[in-house]
Design a protein around this ligand. Structure first.
Ligand code: ASP
Length: 350
């Protein structure tokens, strides 16, 4: 009897030593992560910097390095917040803030131009614990639209504010406003001239043969120490969009969604499709009502539903267990992840 007890103890000890973290199964590099429901959810931050015709042969090593280091910086900033016990909302906001300040991405500083040569910015943020959300659309002077989205959520009775009213609200809230010239970048201006010549809205998503088409909408989803999810998205929209056009990024349920019961999602792609297919919420609904896993739900929406209709783009999605996926149906998507106990990973191509 005594021997049996010792033997059992030894067996238990051995399995604890040889299999230190049995609940985490890294299924395929960084593009997805499968975690058993029984384990303590690891704090996690997943980001994207836009999807589109992003091909290695069209990218210089310098540009690739610039994207990789900016995405890494953003992940480090956001993850430091989570590591200190900060909220997923703060992590999402501060991460997006970094990307908005970089001219590399189509958000904040690097925003694309409308048909009439202006920049109109959209952003949204959602708290998966409370289902509170905030968004701004078509703002022209707010340096960091994600901050304005959060202010709408926290300091107004509304969910979305648009146009001049949103710019004025941001000013009243003490946010930094800039002259519209701040948003000028030669690269985005040239892209507008090209699009005007071809009389097309945003060649980026719709013409895979167009060599220099890259996206740059930014988004983040996070899971904090308390098990709360959050999601946020920020964009300049689509090159050559008609002024006043609003895409999916500021629309809760299309570009952004977070609910602790299901998942946090941030989208990037041809916004008109993402609005009509209510992409972010559809993924959550497939989990909630359809019993699908995060991976099944996101894959179905991006690689079947959207793809069959010609809706180009992708999403990042994260559930409350720490499972994440980053499916896209374009040639590439700037994306990255950092999870407790693991290294930062940044990916660009398929
Ligand atoms: N979804 C954004 C929009 O349609 C653009 C993008 O993600 O590239 O405004």
């Amino acid at each position: 009897m005594k021997h049996l007890a010792i033997f059992t103890l030894l067996l238990l000890l051995q399995s604890a030593c040889t299999n230190q973290n049995p609940s985490i199964v890294n299924t395929a590099k960084a593009d997805k992560q499968t975690i058993e429901a029984s384990s303590i959810p690891p704090i996690t931050l997943v980001i994207h910097g836009g999807a589109g015709t992003i091909l290695k042969e069209n990218m210089s090593p310098e540009l690739e390095e610039a994207y990789t280091s900016k995405l890494t910086e953003a992940l480090n900033v956001g993850f430091a917040i989570l590591e200190k016990g900060g909220s997923s909302m703060d992590a999402v906001q501060k991460t997006i803030h970094i990307l908005e300040d970089s001219p590399l991405f189509n958000a904040g500083k690097g925003a694309v131009f409308t048909n009439d040569g202006h920049n109109e910015l959209d952003a949204s943020i959602m708290d998966g614990k409370t289902l509170h959300a905030g968004a701004v659309a078509g703002v022209k002077t707010v340096k960091n639209p994600i901050d304005a989205a959060r202010k709408v959520m926290e300091n107004s009775p509304h969910v979305m504010m648009a146009g001049q009213g949103a710019d004025i609200f941001a000013k009243e809230q003490g946010l930094e406003l800039v002259d519209s010239s701040y948003f000028f970048t030669q690269k985005r201006w040239d892209a507008l001239q090209k699009a005007l010549k071809n009389e097309q809205m945003e060649l980026d998503h719709d013409d895979p043969n167009n060599k220099d088409k890259k996206k740059g909408t930014v988004g983040a989803v996070a899971l904090d120490k308390n098990g709360n999810l959050a999601a946020g998205t920020s964009t300049g929209g689509m090159t050559n969009k008609r002024w006043g056009r609003v895409g999916d990024s500021p629309i809760i349920g299309a570009g952004t969604y977070a609910n602790n019961e299901t998942c946090a999602v941030s989208s990037t792609g041809h916004g008109e499709f993402f609005i009509r297919y209510v992409v972010a919420y559809d993924i959550a609904a497939l989990m909630e009502y359809g019993g699908k896993s995060l991976e099944e739900a996101a894959d179905y929406v991006v690689n079947q539903k959207l793809k069959e209709q010609g809706g180009r783009g992708g999403v990042i999605a994260l559930d409350a267990q720490g499972n994440y996926v980053m499916p896209f149906n374009t040639e590439g998507m700037f994306r990255g992840v950092v999870q407790e106990g693991k290294e930062v990973e940044v990916l660009i191509y398929r």
